[in-house]
Ligand binder design. Structure first.
Ligand SMILES: Cc1ncc(COP(=O)(O)O)c(C=O)c1O
Length: 353
């Protein structure tokens, strides 16, 4: 491999932030996005796992795909739904194709890498606003040119805090900006997502829901108008130039969305409360209802040492370093689940204190 690439790997190694693949089978799960334990539930053994045979615009549009998209539109109270192979693909496809030259994308500074990568491929101008700051968002809206797009997450994946969505939506109405809400971590955890919970779907241009997290499946959908769906089918390259999901994947998505999640959601909230009660208040950073609870450390070595201590005690927990979060904001990211026992949560929290 080219020496420059080796050098980049060595730099990460020296800094202590080298990424590597590891399997934590058999350990107590405090790191997965399987918030409600649905990914652990078996799927029908009689299901046909055959492939989709092609991309959606050629042979990959099965009747299962069409049925699932109309089901999702109805389920999430949207005019239309378009399924992508993943949330990453959906954000990449949306942001690279919808905003045009002369338009402006304004995004929360902590927005997910998939949105950033879509923005990199877009001909539109783009700038960030201070995380969750309505004041800074308004300032940026005043400066923006052309059609304006505002990108936020409802529950931030690496911070576990919520966006002030209603206020952001109101600002977007005031400045005639199109609002895009990434609900990857909120959908399924807070009902069908925060947009639905707040009853503001009419104020949102597009919503992203993913099925690989609380729904325990795979894939993602962009929810919006029929016009937007037609546009994405024609111009979103990450939708067009890839083999579609297999028919069984659409069955699974539909199956997971019809499960009554209320008791699992209640149990999850109960477990979050148990965890937060055990952690001293000055270390609590994330939202009180968030299954993603961050313990900020702010130092690479200290973060690694704490993660190793937790792992040695049997807990599957990962340290989070730069570039996933800014340098100096290193942290331990704990994901609480409905299936974690009180005893597990108390043991974990004791080690964190
Ligand atoms: C906020 C957010 N958006 C999008 C994605 C991408 O979704 P997927 O895992 O389905 O590609 C993620 C995944 O971690 C995420 O956290």
């Amino acid at each position: 491999m080219d020496a420059k690439l080796i050098c980049k790997l060595n730099e990460r190694m020296k800094e202590g932030t080298l990424r590597s693949l590891s399997c934590f089978d058999g350990m107590t799960d405090f790191f997965s996005n399987d918030y409600l334990g649905l990914a652990r539930q078996p799927f029908s053994p009689t299901e046909d796992y055959s492939g989709s045979t092609g991309s959606r615009l050629i042979s990959g549009t099965s009747k299962e795909a069409l049925e699932c998209e109309s089901f999702l539109a109805h389920n999430f109270d949207a005019e239309a739904a378009l399924i992508f192979n993943s949330g990453y693909d959906a954000n990449l496809g949306f942001f690279s194709s919808v905003p045009q030259k002369g338009d402006t994308i304004i995004f929360d500074q902590l927005i997910h890498a998939s949105v950033r990568d879509g923005i990199r491929l877009s001909p539109a101008k783009a700038f960030s606003f201070t995380h969750n700051s309505l004041e800074d968002l308004e300032k940026k809206l005043r400066l923006a040119e052309g059609t304006m797009y505002v990108a936020v997450e409802s529950l931030y994946s690496m911070d576990g805090d919520l966006a002030p969505l209603k206020e952001i939506a109101d600002l977007c109405v005031q400045y005639k900006a199109y609002l895009i809400v990434d609900e990857a971590h909120a959908a399924g955890v807070f009902g069908k997502g925060l947009v639905d919970e707040l009853g503001i779907s009419d104020l949102v241009f597009a919503r992203l829901v993913t099925f690989g997290k609380a729904y325990g499946a795979h894939g993602a959908a962009i929810l919006g108008s029929l016009e937007l769906k037609d546009y994405l089918v024609n111009f979103a390259r990450s939708f067009i130039y890839t083999t579609a999901l297999p028919p069984s994947a659409y069955h699974l998505i539909q199956q997971r969305c019809v499960v009554d999640l209320a008791s699992l959601q209640d149990q999850l909230q109960q477990n979050i409360r148990i965890f937060r009660k055990m952690i001293s208040s000055e270390r609590l950073y994330s939202d009180a209802r968030s299954p993603i609870q961050i313990i900020p450390i702010g130092d690479i070595t200290k973060t690694r040492v704490l993660a190793e201590k937790l792992q040695a005690a049997g807990f599957a927990v990962k340290p989070i370093y730069s570039p996933t979060v800014p340098k100096g904001d290193e942290r331990i990211r704990i994901c609480i689940h409905s299936f974690n026992s009180e005893e597990e949560i108390v043991r974990l929290a004791t080690l964190l204190n």
